[in-house]
Design a protein around this ligand. Structure first.
Ligand code: ADP
Ligand code: MG
Length: 747
């Protein structure tokens, strides 16, 4: 069956312009080689990243205008955009305040007689618009109307001048695609080019990528309908087909990665558990059931020769560090080294102190590695993300060891395994990115733990390899990940969840308040400080420029020092040099300073149980999940804790959003809400996930399609892991294209 018939386009609309030779094109044809796209246009599109017919057709419209039925001319202000068509009665240019040019176009509803509406389209300082529009023109405009005096005005609408009748079959009387425009290429021009290219497309040459079992529509039909839909129903069907295609590509890539990981050579890194038992006995509290469960899950992975690739997520304060420590201890006990990577220096140092405190009594040597990243060393030292064929050059030349704990060797009674280590050789490394570039002293890495992975990116962890076998990898994140996403983006990882908080945590009361309440908040903070508690004051960064940042910080600091005097305040932000940062944190931990004025550098991991108040200014600028992380810094001791969110109350939506934080302390619930409100980008940084970015599909709204695609990808890989069967040829193509997209994204 030819899908040309399905589309029925040729019968309806003869090609608008006679063409000389009319050779057919397929998706691989470079635009420059089609005889329908003028060469200069083809070059322009190429600069826009669109070089072939296929790329052009995957440049989907960003919205559609139904020009079969225009809206009536609006009579009042509305918050929905309208799309109307009318005749230009008059144009006027006036100078207004400050010498701005104001260009008004009076539009009248066509053929509507005496009852026809009128509308003013208004532009400021837009010479190019002035040149394009004249009396008598027919205009299609799109924008939000606003009643201004007696006129309804649309300011800076999107518009098109309807030129001649020959073009009308493309630009009028149909559902019209509005493509994203670029310098010199208007939506109208792109629409025309897409139309002309579709005229020449040979549908038989378009490979079917989605298996018929998932969706029966022909791909060529879907591509055509996506640009020039015959009806809203057809558009929905076309979109569904193409979203499935996109999701299937993603799920095939994840399945392929999983299969590849499974085939990697690993080895067991699991000691008998004597050290872990001692560690747990030394703790002043019992482990939560969730911790016990997850520690066991990880133990099983460590014991297996298959390389571990596990994601551990749990709310702030759920006790992830202890889980990591237990795993690392088992690994050390088996005669291997273990490393923990933190996203910031402060966190690395805090982990270091913590590890030393708990592990030195067991005879474990812990070493800290931080320091500036060596740019020229590239990422190849520990990680080689893109080329699995090249055995990782393992450990870059040595850099200085910054601190190493001194422990007599071998550890008291830890038994034979620790004797596998040379005297003074560290058992455990704690560090920042520096660990990626500086592997000196790490010769037998058995386990790498990556804390707060969203800062690292999945590509980096993708391939952590040593001399021989691949080490086990545990990735930890405090951003609880909604189930919708664990199953999609993390499909290549095993996932463990710490879904239980240790008992006896002080409760956090969260309050959303307008900025006028600042004095009350200050009074409240003062009473808490008087009682011996400590506070965090978080202010948002207005800009990222260094000078502005420093200035904002200084101003904030002066303001708060005065308001909280005579209590001592300290300042912490991203530009504070590392040594100073250390000193600031140490003083705060000792309660020498009572209030820490800070940016979000305190977001993750900082642990001072005596701090029980947090005030966040301009809270509306933060994401919910981020505020939830921030407030996880308090509520760590026995004292009741308070989180005050100051926000300008004029945005109802922002307020509603923040109220969620007043209502719940459950990170999973909050993450889910954040995902709904802001989309997944923020949460995951799709660019870091090692997956091609989505063009069309929406992880949340299209979750059902994702489920379909996922199940299907699993089935395909189960039956045909190499994708050799003829019916899986389309899947093979999808996978190859996904790889290409990821690579081009990385480079
Ligand atoms: P996160 O999951 O946010 O990284 P941490 O590992 O930093 O949490 O743990 C937060 C605090 O809770 C630490 O002070 C830690 O010692 C403590 N903690 C961990 N597990 C337990 C437990 N089972 N009972 C009580 N306190 C615990
Ligand atoms: Mg942590």
């Amino acid at each position: 069956m030819s899908s040309k018939n399905l589309f029925g386009r040729r019968k309806l609309f003869p090609p608008p312009l006679p063409r000389t030779n009319g050779a057919g094109v397929n998706l691989e044809t470079p635009l420059a080689e089609t005889d329908v796209v003028p060469l200069p246009r083809a070059r322009q599109l190429e600069r826009f990243g669109i070089a072939t017919v296929g790329a052009l057709l995957l440049h989907f419209p960003r919205r559609y205008e139904d020009r079969t039925q225009f809206d009536h001319f609006p009579a009042e202000t509305g918050d929905q955009a309208v799309c109307v068509c009318g005749v230009v009665k008059k144009t006027t240019m006036r100078r207004v305040r400050g010498g701005q040019r104001m260009f008004d176009v009076l539009l009248e509803e066509e053929n509507a007689g005496a009852f026809g509406g009128r509308l003013v389209c208004r532009w400021f300082n837009s010479h190019w618009v002035e040149k394009m529009i004249a009396q008598g023109h027919v205009l299609v405009v799109h924008g939000k109307p606003k009643l201004s005096g007696t006129n309804v005005v649309i300011t800076h609408p999107e518009f098109e001048v309807v030129e001649d009748d020959a073009e009308q079959s493309i630009h009028l009387k149909r559902i019209v695609p509005i493509h994203a425009a670029t310098e010199g290429l208007s939506p109208r021009l792109i629409r025309r080019i897409v139309w002309d290219v579709l005229e020449r497309l040979e549908d038989e040459m378009v490979e079917q990528l989605v298996p018929a079992a998932l969706d029966r529509m022909p791909r060529a039909w879907a591509l055509r309908q996506m640009h020039f839909p015959k009806s809203q129903g057809d558009l929905a069907k076309a979109r569904k087909h193409l979203v499935l295609e996109e999701f299937l590509a993603m799920q095939l890539a994840l399945s392929a990665k999983r299969a590849e990981l499974k085939s990697e050579r690993g080895e067991p890194h699991c000691g008998p558990g004597e050290l872990v038992r001692k560690l747990h006995e030394s703790l002043p509290f019992p482990l939560t059931r969730a911790q016990q469960r997850v520690i066991a899950e990880i133990r099983d992975d460590l014991a297996s020769p298959r390389p571990m690739n596990r994601l551990l997520h749990g709310d702030v304060g759920s006790g992830k560090t202890l889980v990591a420590m237990s795993a690392m201890l088992r690994c050390v006990e088996a005669g291997f080294q273990a490393a923990l990577m933190a996203p910031t220096q402060i966190l690395a140092e805090q982990h270091f102190l913590n590890f030393r405190r708990l592990l030195e009594p067991l005879g474990i040597r812990v070493s800290l590695r931080t320091g500036a990243r060596k740019e020229d060393a590239g990422e190849m030292a520990l990680f080689s993300a893109t080329n699995p064929q090249v055995p990782g050059v393992v450990f870059a030349a040595g850099r200085r060891e910054q601190h190493a704990s001194r422990v007599p060797h071998p550890g008291g009674g830890a038994g034979a395994p620790l004797q596998a280590f040379a005297a003074n050789e560290p058992h455990i490394f704690i560090g920042t990115h520096a660990l990626l570039y500086d592997g000196a002293g790490i010769s037998r890495l058995g386990l790498a733990v990556i804390d707060e992975q969203h800062k690292f990116g999945v590509m980096q962890r993708a391939r952590l390899r040593g001399d021989g076998a691949v080490p086990d990898v545990l990735v930890m994140t405090a951003t609880p990940i909604p189930r919708t996403l664990t199953m999609t983006l993390y499909g290549d990882l095993d996932v463990s969840t710490l879904d239980e908080m240790p008992p006896g945590r002080g409760r956090i009361v969260t309050l959303v308040r307008p900025p006028e309440k600042l004095p009350d908040a200050v009074k409240f903070i003062r009473t808490q400080l008087d009682e011996g508690r400590q506070a965090y004051i978080v202010y948002p960064l207005v800009e990222e420029s260094e000078r502005v940042e420093a200035k904002a910080a200084t101003a904030e600091f002066a303001k708060w020092s005065e308001m909280l005097a005579p209590m001592k305040c300290a300042l912490l932000h991203g530009r504070v040099p590392p040594e100073e940062k250390d000193a600031v944190m140490a003083a705060f931990r000792r309660a020498d300073t009572k209030a820490l004025i800070a940016t979000t550098v305190i977001e993750v991991g900082v642990d001072v149980p005596n701090a029980n108040v947090m005030l966040i200014e301009n809270a509306e600028r933060f994401g919910l999940a981020q505020i939830h992380q921030l407030r996880g810094r308090i509520g760590r001791g026995a004292h009741k804790s308070y989180c005050v969110l100051l926000t300008t109350g004029d945005d109802a939506e922002a307020l509603e959003k923040l109220r969620i934080l007043e209502k719940t302390g459950d990170g999973f619930e909050i993450a889910e809400a954040d995902l709904r409100l802001r989309g997944p980008g923020d949460l995951l940084g799709t660019a870091q996930s090692g997956l091609a970015p989505l063009r069309l599909g929406d992880l949340f709204a299209d979750a059902d399609l994702m489920k379909l695609a996922r199940n299907h990808a699993f089935l395909i890989f189960e039956r045909d892991p190499k994708l050799e069967l003829p019916e899986n040829a389309g899947c093979r193509t999808l996978l190859a294209e996904n790889r290409r997209a990821v690579l081009s994204q990385v480079s």
